[in-house]
Ligand binder design. Structure first.
Ligand SMILES: [Zn+2]
Length: 429
């Protein structure tokens, strides 16, 4: 029997709590837990924020850490990124893909990200990336919950790769993906959405499509995705990733679209770091932000999550798989600086993506998985502001990553003071 007692946790809602984990599950959450035998290990959170692990609902693990191979993206656009990835594909090997992905997984764990939905390119008939990512999923299963999405990067119809996609699902890929805006015509885009949703419905699988990742206000595949979801009775099982064209759409059209998305219970996944980087590249000034209409979608009752999407790959040169960086960027781009809005941005990298992934036993309640992260922060706002060290990352009741809190020693003339960038010491607050 394995046990762990986490003391003095500050929860996201603001209450203080102890958390007792037994045999990999949370057995008790209470203000004070007494009577635990002396031999049970104790992890003192010291009043710091404790959260359920971060969840990244949109990532590309097969392309990660390939930045600069074989060259960098000069225009900074989505389309050059896709072209560049195509140039790299003939040189990929399973060993290199696995090595890069496992390195990224270590970063993810250190950042407290313990669930990842990753799109895997199935355009190549060899399905090399699928085999490699299934191997990574197998090796990392004790530490990270992976969902793989069969992603036809070059277009389902454009690259004629339905056979590859079906084979990838047969090999154990979990979710049906798509990229309707990259098909040759709007009509082909709509047809690809219908074909993929029908396949998912037949197999009882979730759907997550790259959808309308464009500044074109007339890119309206999200409408087809919502309608197919309703037609096939898949409400709550389908996600539209990116939806950046919604940023540029006509307001009247959006007022009709949002209720349709609500009727379909369509989930929304915005990728703030990537959207602000790739979109608006054809604009001079004013330059569009390109992220989808996050606050309006939340207000319409949709589940909206933020994904990281890329780390050091053909589309994005930066990143360390820190979901707090993602939430912070989303908050800024959507101008969600209200107190409740900032909490929503934190939920968009924790509870909301967990819901989209249909993760079981996620959370910090009795009966949930014994997974949590201790941050060097007093509360959620501090976490968003500082993106602080994850002091401890716990998976199924075991500490799998730890670091020391960061404090700065200042020498100001004769005075020596310490700061940790929080307002804890202020008297006149
Ligand atoms: Zn993506």
């Amino acid at each position: 029997m394995s046990e762990l007692l986490v003391k003095n946790a500050a929860l996201a809602a603001g209450d203080k709590s102890d958390i007792f984990i037994r045999d990999g599950f949370i057995a008790e959450v209470a203000e004070t837990i007494d009577g635990v035998p002396d031999n049970v290990p104790v992890l003192d959170a010291g009043g710091c924020l404790v959260t359920a692990p971060f969840v990244d609902c949109h990532f590309h693990l097969d392309a990660t850490l390939s930045y600069g191979l074989p060259r960098v993206n000069q225009s900074g656009t989505l389309l050059e990124g896709i072209k560049l990835w195509g140039e790299l594909k003939p040189y990929l090997t399973a060993d290199a893909l696995i090595e890069r992905a496992l390195t990224l997984c270590r970063w993810s764990i250190a950042r407290g990200t313990l669930a990842i939905r990753t799109h895997v390119d199935i355009s190549d008939p060899s399905l090399l990336a699928v085999e490699a990512m299934l191997e990574v999923k197998r090796q990392m299963a004790p530490f990270i919950d992976f969902q793989l999405v069969a992603f036809p990067q070059d277009g389902l119809l454009r690259a004629d790769c339905m056979d590859n996609l079906v084979r990838a699902l047969d090999m154990g890929v979990d979710v049906v993906g798509g990229i309707p805006h990259f098909e040759r015509t709007m009509e082909h885009g709509a047809r690809s959405v219908a074909l993929l949703c029908e396949l998912a419905a037949k197999r009882g699988l979730l759907v997550d499509m790259h959808c309308d990742e464009s500044d074109d206000p007339l890119s309206r595949h999200v409408e087809s995705l919502a309608m197919e979801t309703i037609r096939l009775g898949m409400q709550g099982r389908v996600a539209g990733s990116h939806l950046t064209s919604m940023h540029s759409m006509d307001n009247y059209y959006v007022s009709k679209l949002l209720p349709l998305m609500r009727e379909a219970e369509l989930h929304v996944i915005a990728n703030p770091l990537i959207n602000i980087t790739l979109q608006g590249r054809h604009d001079t000034y004013p330059k569009r932000r390109g992220m989808t209409r996050v606050p309006e979608q939340m207000a319409a009752g949709l589940t909206v999550a933020f994904g990281h999407d890329c780390v050091m790959d053909p589309w994005y040169p930066l990143g360390s798989h820190d979901m707090l960086e993602v939430a912070s960027m989303g908050l800024h781009v959507a101008q969600m600086t209200g107190l409740n809005q900032m909490h929503h941005c934190f939920d968009a990298v924790t509870h909301d993506p967990a819901k989209i992934l249909h993760l079981e036993n996620y959370g910090l309640h009795k009966g949930c998985n014994g997974d949590l992260v201790i941050l060097q922060a007093n509360d959620v706002i501090d976490a968003l502001r500082l993106k602080p060290p994850r002091i401890a990352v716990v998976r199924r009741g075991k500490v799998i990553s730890a670091t020391q809190p960061v404090r700065y020693d200042l020498t100001l003339g004769e005075t020596k003071v310490q700061t940790d960038l929080t307002t804890t010491d202020l008297v006149w607050r």
